[in-house]
Design a protein around this ligand. Structure first.
Ligand code: NAD
Length: 464
């Protein structure tokens, strides 16, 4: 069946957005060259050489349905929206340990010997730039190579110089920055974060409430790079950065990659709510033996992660609307550093639920995962989608990327959307919206012309 193209467009909401070409090199900047970022870089290299498959990446593997189910139009996302090609990705980043991405990948111990060897020449070409670091924000690590300056503003300027020279050496006119550094200690929003003017004054006066990740984000936005935050730190989730992003017409997103236990939580909790099953308690515990686990073993950094991991249930379950089911549940999240397991995280969830007439039941989940193997495709998708957003002229918080985060950033008057499948619908509809395609509501009345007004009474009388 051929449908003329103009019928497919949604005349109300969408007109196809102008999106500039993704051709040419795109530099990916990662503050933090550790387990996640090196697994990502090595993976991109092995995939573009045709040696491995991009499993876990929507931009590389997922299809998107367009139009009615009868139209059978299901292009791959990468054929539907213009994304940068993996061949065009270049890499640069900062860390406190110096060396190259190869040294960091070897230390992280995620990749097999064979994969590490295959990626070695490429990873050796990514030299780690000296970091902007503050021991007060990451207490467990001892830095080897860091930048020095009189003020935080001067540190931001040094980062801006690094960005300019990496872009120049790659011949890139576009870049994206994603924070892949350690989780910083818990920081609440305060005056210095509330406006760009306050923030810039704070940089000049070395305000202690400005964390290193914020200095990177500031430098990125000033240099015209979209920014996403893979950790739960405040970083860009503050009015000052939203203001700067708007001013510079740049997309921002965050925070905290949604990869393991929380990914499962945001699938299971919507199921409980969908079936109106109650919750008495949810106990989540993890063991993790990589460097991230070591950093999170310190109370300040753990608090940042804990707040991020705890926030999801309340927004999904909405106890204010369903007090009989969710007003009194106990929710606990624990992470224990356990070196023998390295990057192989194991998580257990004990979920005490109740059903009809209040009868209790239990669900047990035991996920044996590989932290960075789950995070790498998330990082790849964020890079490509942020670059797409930039080329489509989008700026400020990109809520359609909530799918990738434990604590999705959203407008101040909104609550974040945590349900994984609502997030996926939002993401795919956003892509349709960018391309001027009809949004998919799943209403389905168009397949049943006899009852398309949805009123069974009228249907019966009409058939008489
Ligand atoms: N792996 C996952 O599944 C996952 C999920 C959600 C969030 N995260 C977050 O992603 C981040 C990276 O995780 P990872 O496993 O790669 O950790 P990692 O410890 O292997 O790497 C982080 C790197 O950041 C560096 N670093 C710390 N402060 C820095 C600074 N100021 N500037 C530059 N570098 C700095 C550290 O030296 C380290 O090498 C962590 O914050 C982690 O909590 C990871």
């Amino acid at each position: 069946m051929s449908t003329n193209n103009s019928n497919r467009k949604d005349p109300g909401l969408s007109r196809e957005k102008k999106i500039s070409s993704p051709a040419g090199p795109l530099t990916v900047f990662t503050p933090g060259i550790g387990a996640v970022s090196t697994t990502f870089m090595a993976g991109v290299e092995l995939i573009r050489k045709g040696l491995r498959k991009p499993v876990g990446s929507l931009t590389q593997m997922a299809a998107i349905r367009l139009g009615k189910r009868t139209e059978k139009r299901n292009p791959l996302i990468k054929d539907f929206v213009p994304l940068a090609a993996l061949e065009n990705l270049k890499f640069a980043g900062w860390d406190i340990f110096g060396g190259t991405a190869y040294d960091a990948a070897k230390k992280a111990g995620v990749l097999s010997k064979d994969d590490l060897e295959l990626a070695r020449p490429f990873l050796k070409g990514v030299e780690v730039m000296p970091a902007v670091f503050d021991q007060n924000y990451v207490k467990r690590l001892r830095p080897k190579v860091v930048k020095k300056a009189q003020t935080k503003m001067e540190l931001a300027e040094q980062l801006r110089d690094d960005i300019k020279s990496a872009m120049k050496s790659h011949g890139s006119s576009r870049g994206v920055m994603v924070w892949c550094g350690s989780t910083e200690v818990y920081t609440e929003e305060s005056d210095v974060h509330r406006s760009l003017k306050n923030f810039e004054k704070g940089l000049a006066k070395n305000d202690p409430k400005i964390a290193p990740s914020m200095i990177y984000a500031y430098a990125a936005l000033k240099e015209g790079l979209p920014f996403a935050n893979g950790a739960p730190n405040l970083t860009v989730d503050m009015p000052a950065m939203s203001e700067l992003a708007k001013e510079e017409k740049l997309p921002i997103a965050g925070k905290d990659f949604k990869t393991g236990q929380t990914l499962l939580k945001t699938v299971l909790a919507p199921m409980l709510k969908a079936r109106m099953l109650g919750l008495n308690g949810w106990f989540s515990t993890n063991i993790l033996g990589n460097q991230d686990g070591e950093v999170l073993d310190e109370a300040g950094s753990f608090k940042t992660k804990e707040v991020s991991k705890l926030s999801v249930l309340e927004h999904i379950l909405q106890p204010q609307i369903y007090p009989d089911l969710y007003s009194d549940y106990y929710h606990k999240v624990r992470i224990n550093y356990y070196p023998p397991r390295g990057d192989d995280k194991e998580s257990w969830d004990n979920i005490d639920i109740f059903g009809w007439l209040g009868y209790p039941m239990q669900i047990k989940v035991n996920f044996l995962c590989k932290d960075s193997i789950l995070a790498a495709p998330v990082l790849l998708d964020l890079v490509l989608f942020l670059d797409l957003a930039h080329r489509a002229g989008l700026s400020g918080i990109q809520e359609w990327l909530s799918f990738y985060f434990k604590s999705p950033m959203c407008a101040p008057e909104l609550y974040p959307e945590h349900d994984l499948f609502i997030q996926m619908t939002k993401l795919k509809n956003y892509l349709r919206y960018l391309k001027g395609e009809k949004l998919i509501t799943h209403l389905g009345v168009e397949y049943y012309p006899d009852n398309s007004d949805g009123n069974p009474m009228r249907r019966r009388s009409a058939s008489k």
